[in-house]
Ligand binder design. Sequence first.
Ligand code: FES
Ligand SMILES: [Fe+2]
Length: 442
Amino acid sequence: MHTETPLMPGPILTDDELASVRREYRAARLLPARTYHDPAILEWERDHILRADWVLVAREEDVAEPTSFVRIEVDGEDIIVVRGRDESIRAFYNVCQHRGTAVEERECGKAVRFQCPYHAWIYDLEGTLIRAKHTDDLEDFSFAEYSLRPIHVATWQGFVFLNLSADEPEPLEGHLGDLVDQLSRFDFRNLRSAKQIIYDVNANWKFIAENYSECYHCPGVHPQLNKLTPYDLGGDYDPHGAWQGGWMELVDGAETMALDGGHGSRHNRPPMCGVTSEDERRIYYYVLWPLAFLSIHPDYLLVHRLEPIAPDRTRVICDWLFEPETIGKPDFDPSEPVEFWDLTNRQDWHVCELQQRGTRSRTWVSGRYSNNEPSVQAFDLMVAARYAGEPFPSRPTVRDRFDTPVPKPLGDAGNGNGTANGNGHAAGKDRLGARAKASSGG
Ligand code: FES
Ligand SMILES: [Fe+2]
């Protein structure tokens, strides 16, 4: 019987399931429970997302010098990322083309060439096979064909992205879309990580991304964060590309996100390159599809990278990046921002793990978005687009977090929120301001 191979993967959800996620967000439903639990769905995601999309994997600083390399793991693959003598960054599967041995054993370092420890086949820094003894009389054999298998590499703002697809992918900048212009005022290329913490979270990678996408949970889960950036002060952007994001407003007197309350806590950490006076009052949050989050603070950049391990397990690598001049100061101390976000991260992992546990129940099918979660739907719509084998919609959702009139509590003529969260802001007024900026900001 003749079967046709489809160009794009077939839908992994039923038409009804896809349609209910894709409704206008006040009518939409969350992704079905099985997408967070079924090993077959994670396998499908590995094939059609993790091995098909650009994935942020490292910083250029990890291969700062020519001939320096780092070994990384993406989707279970052992990969060498190396900066050549020509300054170009390249990536290869760490697999000898003779009998498949891992060629490089060191985690990182400098390499003149890569020599397989087994039978000493040698590859240059461009991955080309340059020596393989006793192969001169083989039939149908050329060094060119037995070079290390290359991987697509691109860089942006000092980040290294890989695309494991065998075909030529869309250029990274096309994939990132208007995020490139939106963040062009910053220069993150020289930032350096002053601290890295790796977390093992017992939750599906999509639960973690959805959690990062909203601050509906902030008053209860993050009392410390909510004091600095009340959950209802901010806005969302209107993404055209593989991202979604928005910002939160810092309360008067707060200078950044740090454990001591952010009040005067920046000490000797001046704003990062490109930070405007408006940026100094905000924290920006971006999900870079599929596995990275960028949180832009006035004085540092926080980067989360997710590595899905199992349907219910994700490794999260968190880096705190600062300007090199800031790190170089004798009194540089990142502990306030590090401890603030370490606390916030753990608060998030806790609820994500509870969600993973609860959604295992046979009684759970899928839920509804509150009117405070259009960014969660924006993320889910990217998932739904990939599940459907379609490009991302150019305008995935209603991007205004606060465009719904907030019902007043009975007997309260004023706005209760401003006083309730103790920051002195008039919530209704600021929401309007945030909305006006949101529509012009993206
Ligand atoms: S397996 Fe690498 S040289 Fe033989
Ligand atoms: Fe959170």
